[in-house]
Design a protein around this ligand. Structure first.
Ligand SMILES: C[S@@+](CC[C@H](N)C(=O)[O-])C[C@H]1O[C@@H](n2cnc3c(N)ncnc32)[C@H](O)[C@@H]1O
Length: 225
């Protein structure tokens, strides 16, 4: 497939999944008790090891090759920016700057977000900003539970506070994220289309250059802990 020819997720699901609201309510009411892996505890410690304990925190959740993490660290030089991805190969991929020019207010850690989010919610400080950029859409109807809004970890995402931004090229994903947040927060969360003049991530650039519509939501979770 050529670069600017990527496709919008194809799905038999055209709107918010009929079981989403029930799933979110269940997850909000019942604790998620899956044990946390030691490697993710170590990653959580590594993510905060270079933090001075005062700088506002930014989490780039599912950062892929980390271009957005670098860009966020440059945009917010007084913040500590954590890029998390489960793929070491992506984290290690060549960056758009030589190592010597990379900002020093950021760190990349390999971790499973299902554990990392819970560790942050339970032990870590609140976030100032939280980015979930182009998460895997899992567009099959039967894969609802793999999408973050329908995952048992979702209540922990809400507890992290700060400004949460989710972007996708699949409108249904952002609509589901907005509904899940609405159920968690008790208020409507608007979402919109936007033009990515400066693409923040490689996926964003690819979708934009393929002429796709991009969707995003921003929610202030400041009081949500
Ligand atoms: C579609 S890519 C988007 C990457 C990047 N945000 C971008 O826009 O270019 C989704 C990323 O989420 C990561 N990911 C998916 N599930 C994850 C999990 N449970 N823990 C950590 N990373 C995860 C994948 O490894 C992948 O790099």
């Amino acid at each position: 497939m050529s670069y600017a020819n990527s496709r919008i997720p194809a799905s038999a699901q055209q709107g918010v999944h009929e079981r989403l609201a029930a799933r979110v309510r269940t997850h909000l009411e019942h604790p998620f008790r899956k044990p946390v892996a030691d490697c993710n505890r170590a990653a959580h410690a590594r993510a905060l090891a270079g933090w001075d304990g005062r700088a506002p925190l930014i989490l780039d959740a599912g950062c892929g090759v980390g271009h957005s993490t670098i860009e966020l660290a440059r945009t917010f030089p007084d913040h500590w920016v954590i890029g998390v991805d489960q793929s070491e190969e992506r984290l290690q991929r060549r960056k758009p700057y030589p190592a010597a020019l990379l900002p020093d207010n950021m760190v990349f850690v390999r971790a499973d977000l299902v554990d990392f989010w819970r560790l942050l919610a339970e032990n870590g400080p609140r976030l100032a900003r939280h980015y979930i950029l182009y998460p895997n859409p899992w567009p099959k109807i039967g894969h609802l539970g793999r999408r973050w809004p329908a995952h048992p970890v979702f209540p922990f995402i809400c507890r992290l506070g700060g400004t949460l931004e989710c972007r996708s090229n699949w409108a249904v994903y952002v609509a589901e994220f907005a509904l899940a947040l609405e159920l968690a927060l008790g208020r409507a969360v608007p979402w919109e289309t936007f033009a990515a003049e400066q693409a923040l991530t490689p996926f964003e650039r690819k979708y934009r250059d393929s002429g796709q519509t991009l969707y995003r939501l921003c929610a202030d979770l400041g009081a949500a802990r």
